[in-house]
Design a protein around this ligand. Structure first.
Ligand code: HEC
Length: 147
């Protein structure tokens, strides 16, 4: 009988071990998130040291933690713990109505999806895996260590 119990518990262990879902994995800003921002966003969402008067696209910076957390022209873009309400995450999935437009105050066009396509080009979303990693990062509290 003992062997049956052993076999059963070994089987249970073997089954449960690999079932750690991606979402349960702790996302690390420096390792998992910054490289995505760097590769796909910071070209437009950084201050240019050569043109300090020129603001970042959408007045939104991803090269500075405090500025990123504050948000851009449309307000806060990262809501720690709530990716689906975060403008940054929503824009990775498609266009988003501007705050004023959402309130019916004007008919300005939607905010285009990110990363922004060149004029006349079709939007190419980030790989699904990167979008999922950013979602997990925000849902886990958008932890962005100071250094
Ligand atoms: C080629 C330049 C470019 C790239 C690359 C780019 N963006 Fe943008 N982004 C813009 C521009 C321009 C706007 C302003 C669009 C508008 O309001 O019409 C904007 C707006 C935004 C906003 C909204 C800011 C606000 O408050 O209105 C967010 C959030 C954002 N981008 C996130 C990202 C993220 C995340 C990435 C990388 C995955 C990215 N962007 C890549 C050009 C870019």
């Amino acid at each position: 009988m003992k062997t049956v119990a052993t076999v059963v518990s070994v089987a249970v262990l073997a089954l449960s071990a690999p079932v750690v879902r991606a979402a349960d994995k702790k996302v690390d800003f420096a390792k998992d998130i910054r490289p995505i921002f760097k590769k796909s966003c910071m070209k437009c969402h950084s201050l240019d040291p050569k043109k300090p008067k020129k603001h970042a696209a959408g007045k939104f910076r991803l090269d500075d933690r405090a500025a990123a957390m504050k948000g851009g022209r449309s307000g806060q873009a990262i809501i720690p713990g709530d990716a689906t309400d975060s403008l940054l995450y929503r824009l990775l999935n498609g266009p988003v109505p501007r705050p004023a437009q959402a309130a019916g105050l004007d008919d300005e066009k939607d905010i285009p999806p990110m990363p922004k396509a060149k004029r006349g080009r079709k939007w190419k979303p980030l790989p699904a895996k990167e979008i999922a990693t950013i979602k997990d990062w925000i849902d886990q509290g958008a932890i962005w260590p100071a250094k």
